[in-house]
Design a protein around this ligand. Structure first.
Ligand SMILES: *Cc1c(COP(=O)(O)O)cnc(C)c1O
Length: 208
């Protein structure tokens, strides 16, 4: 049996890399509250320019260890945690006056084509470690599978991730986010149980 998420429970995150603050402001006026950024410097300018809005900021890009302090201070969520060292630093740098930083563990579903993320088999041990960190709240899993066009192949890629997500849901409380699906594959992701899709080009147009 394929798992089906009720249609109204999928959250839309706007992947706003390369979009300026004015564009994000327009998207906000249209009702989008969650934004994903990939580069800390670029994000900090927008976060400052849009401080008057009630935006939930998500860091979705690769994390260099020297950026963990800035990320932990200015974001509400991080989707791209795949190393314990990075998680420990995010926890250490999360300011005391803020609520714990929400994190998803990034899973590598296509080891041949990309290095980003922890393998499916190593994910559970990493989640167990992150769960112990005082200033992080483990919320779920994220992945960026290698692009394929065929929707059945896309679903096959997402399927083991969704299975792991449901298994870990039995293990952790507050584990409620399966961050999968982008412009090219969100339909397959939703069919496989995504709770959050990260959409860039389908919202803002093709990036340069
Ligand atoms: C850019 C980006 C997206 C959005 O990609 P589109 O194909 O433009 O929808 C989603 N997730 C991550 C991590 C990204 O870097």
């Amino acid at each position: 049996m394929l798992y089906r998420q009720p249609a109204d429970s999928v959250k839309l995150l706007a992947a706003s890399k390369q979009q300026d603050a004015a564009t994000v402001r327009q998207a906000y006026a249209a009702g989008i509250r969650d934004y994903g950024e990939n580069y800390l410097q670029e994000a900090l300018c927008k976060i400052e320019a849009l401080a008057d809005l009630d935006i939930c900021w998500h860091f979705i890009g690769p994390i260099q260890t020297n950026k963990t302090s800035g990320i932990a201070s200015h974001f509400d969520w991080v989707h791209s945690v795949s190393r314990l060292k990075v998680a420990q630093r995010l926890s250490k740098h999360r300011p005391a006056q803020l609520t714990p930083l929400n994190v998803c563990v990034q899973i590598n579903l296509s080891a041949e084509t990309t290095k980003a993320g922890v393998s499916l088999t190593a994910a559970e041990a990493l989640c167990d470690e992150i769960q112990q960190l005082p200033r992080l709240q483990l919320r779920g899993l994220m992945s960026i599978p290698a692009p394929v066009n065929d929707i059945l192949a896309q679903r096959q890629n997402f399927h083991p991730l969704a299975a792991l997500y449901r298994r870990l849901q039995q293990r952790y409380s507050h584990f409620d986010t399966l961050s999968m699906g982008m412009s090219g594959d969100y339909e397959a992701a939703i069919a496989e149980g995504s709770t959050l899709i990260r959409i860039g080009s389908d919202l803002f147009g093709k990036r340069s």
